[in-house]
Design a protein around this ligand. Structure first.
Ligand code: AMP
Ligand code: ZN
Length: 484
């Protein structure tokens, strides 16, 4: 398929300005992109998976349009406090205390968990992954610059950024001077008495007097640790330059974290750091917000314990636009898995197919264009998927060409269709077959408790999951992975 970038330009929704804009990179052919990474103090959850599948689709879409990419992602292993108001405990140190591990072990363990999950979701690795704790010296240097330019002040617990010194602080969040004045202390964040403005934030925090921190460093201002926002400004400018093309993150970063990144960069360099700000919407669980602190999140082990293929999750995310909310339910995941299975079956059939047909070049080109149009319209993956399904149902294209088209689309979708192999169906033992039969008999005569006991036994002893559908009882083997 020819690249059609000239005919259909890539348009992306820029949170700065709240509109779709034609994307052009600063340096022709090369995109410099920074993605806010995870805070590594607990298992990565479904919300993270959604955020980074979005980043991955963006990365693939840029490549599809012929760009080379330099992508940087940080790992937050220090400084992210339990409250956005620069109060509360460091999330990593808190986890260390609770789990009786060192803060360094906690960060290492959950960083690995995060990348294991990313691998299972076929998320391509950023070109540069950088840890906050490896950049403390750079952060101190950066804060010194901000200080020299007159944007800081000292309180009893740290060095703060004076947001009133920037005329357009909060522009990304749609905040202007009047709105900021209207922000009541406590409305947005808990107000510390020593802060000059509600929107001010910590650049460097002093270690608490009462408690010994595991992660702390000497600095010109005293022993302590960096504020959460500074790491992203420092690592993005270090590896991508003072102004770069794209910055990604979840919508929760629009009101505080990203305006603070902009403020820091502008105070240090005088330049607008980012040209395109892209934000993914949230994934909700059963209609509610999910967060690590609320403990209502599911992670990869939960997905695998149900015997669900992680690619089904990826497919589920693709069915929604990245700027709309997704409400996760197990039913929606099962539906996604069924759709993906069907797609894979078609791919297998086409691979084997010997059917010959005249090439309908025009039809093929129409589908290519429709797909690119969808992707280049701010990564409209639901429409892109529907184009793929139209190809599946198309009668005027040969199987060979259908396969070609789908594999080309998959460069963006990332469902790894080219590697699909016929599933090896594991056989059930006679004992299990007998138990399933017995359970059905119990159900027929209304003995649901007995039936449930068998279901539990099948799951726990034999790793077989039972599902009752309108078409009858279905089973599958579960993949068990124990949580630590
Ligand atoms: P965190 O580990 O909380 O710093 O989050 C890492 C990234 O995941 C950030 O860009 C968040 O915005 C994003 N994120 C966290 N929770 C969710 C969620 N429920 N849905 C979508 N994205 C999320
Ligand atoms: Zn960040």
């Amino acid at each position: 398929m020819k690249k059609q970038t000239k005919k259909i330009p890539l348009r992306l929704f820029n949170t700065m300005g709240r509109r779709k804009q034609i994307f052009k990179s600063l340096k022709p052919g090369l995109v410099k992109m920074y993605s806010c990474g995870p805070t590594v103090y607990d298992y990565a959850h479904l919300g993270h998976f959604r955020a980074y599948v979005f980043v991955d689709v963006l990365r693939r879409a840029l490549k599809f349009n012929g760009f080379r990419i330099k992508q940087v992602m940080n790992i937050t292993d220090v400084g992210h406090l339990t409250s956005d108001a620069d109060t509360g405990e460091d999330k990593v140190e808190k986890a260390a205390r609770e789990k009786k591990m060192s803060a360094w072990e906690i960060a290492k363990f959950y960083t690995k968990d995060f990348f294991d999950a990313m691998h299972k979701l076929n998320v391509q690795r950023a070109d540069k992954i950088c840890k906050a704790t490896d950049h403390i010296k750079d952060m101190i240097k950066f804060i010194k610059k901000i200080e020299k330019n007159g944007y800081t002040y000292k309180t009893s617990d740290g060095i703060y950024f004076d947001t009133s010194k920037l005329s357009d602080y909060g522009k990304l969040a749609g905040l202007d001077k009047k709105k900021i004045e209207g922000l009541k202390p406590g409305a947005r964040i808990r107000f510390s008495a020593e802060k000059r403005n509600v929107t001010d934030f910590a650049l460097w925090k002093f270690s608490p007097k009462r408690m010994k921190r595991q992660m702390e460093w000497r600095s010109p201002w005293g022993v302590g640790f960096p504020g959460w926002h500074i790491e992203c400004s420092v690592m993005s400018t270090k590896y991508l330059g003072e102004t770069f093309d794209i910055h990604t993150g979840g919508v929760d970063h629009i009101p505080i974290h990203h305006p603070n990144e902009i403020a820091q960069a502008k105070a240090a360099t005088g330049k607008e750091p980012v040209r395109f700000w892209l934000h993914n919407e949230f994934l909700l669980v059963d209609g509610g917000k999910m967060s690590k602190s609320k403990q209502n999140f599911y992670n990869m082990a939960d997905i695998e314990a149900k015997g669900t293929d992680p690619f089904a999750l990826r497919y589920l995310f693709l069915t929604a636009h990245y700027r709309s909310k997704i409400n996760f339910t197990w039913e929606s995941l099962e539906a996604a898995e069924r759709a993906l299975d069907t797609l894979r079956e078609r791919v297998l059939e086409w691979k084997k197919s010997k059917k010959k047909m005249k090439n309908n070049k025009k039809k093929i080109e129409t589908y290519e264009t429709k797909f690119l149009k969808a992707i280049n319209d701010d990564l409209n993956t639901p429409t892109a998927l529907s184009v793929a399904w139209k190809v599946v149902r198309e009668k005027q294209i040969s199987d060979k060409n259908k396969l070609k088209l789908l594999l080309k689309f998959d460069e963006v979708l990332g469902l790894r269709l080219k590697d699909v192999k016929p599933a090896k169906k594991k056989e059930l033992s006679d004992e299990v077959k007998e138990l399933i039969k017995k359970r059905e008999e119990f159900r027929k005569i209304g003995k649901y408790q007995e039936a449930d006991e068998i279901r539990k036994r099948l799951s726990e002893e034999f790793g077989v999951l039972i599902e009752d559908t309108i078409k009858g009882t279905r089973w599958k083997f579960k993949k068990i992975k124990k949580k630590k």
